[in-house]
Design a binder for this molecule. Structure first.
Ligand SMILES: Cc1cc2nc3c(=O)[nH]c(=O)nc-3n(C[C@H](O)[C@H](O)[C@H](O)COP(=O)(O)O)c2cc1C
Length: 138
């Protein structure tokens, strides 16, 4: 199993409607391809974890790198894993612009950190912690 975490910046900010369309398209394709994970959106930037069969993940990363709706795609972590951490979700989602920080234990630690912060690049385990914190808040 491969697990990848990346961050990127929306070329233009997504509306709620555009986010909903992206999610329904992604969930359908991910379910077909055996991919699970979580997408975060905050201030025009994304963080996403994708996990699944190596070939499916590589193919999806290629599609993502060609998607004009975002750029500055930066892979934080690319690893082999024994098991999935988002097995129940073809693509879980949080819009962090509208989250109530008090409703998700542990999120307050990250509230003021941009998804594209160098902190996540220098220590990708922080990105993993953020993603798992939000998974547990679902
Ligand atoms: C931030 C972001 C996250 C995305 N996540 C997924 C995803 O999890 N699964 C997916 O199928 N497409 C996702 N997409 C859409 C893909 O970039 C692409 O449009 C889609 O996979 C179809 O690609 P294809 O035309 O190469 O088949 C995402 C796009 C963006 C901008």
């Amino acid at each position: 199993m491969t697990s990848i975490i990346y961050v990127s910046s929306a070329t233009t900010p997504f509306t709620n409607r555009e986010l909903a369309a992206l999610l329904s398209q992604s969930r359908e394709k991910n379910a077909r391809d055996g991919i699970t994970g979580m997408l975060l959106y905050k201030d025009g930037t994304f963080m996403q974890v994708l996990e699944g069969p190596p070939a499916a993940i590589r193919k999806q990363m290629l599609s993502l790198s060609r998607d004009y709706r975002h750029d500055a795609l930066n892979t934080l972590l690319d690893q082999n894993v024994e098991s999935r951490q988002f097995s129940e979700w073809p693509m879980a989602f949080w819009n962090l612009n509208t989250i109530d920080p008090a409703a998700v234990p542990g999120y307050a630690n990250f509230e003021n950190t941009p998804l594209t912060s160098p902190d996540f690049q220098s220590d990708p385990s922080r990105a993993q912690t953020l993603l798992l914190t939000l998974r547990d808040g679902l």
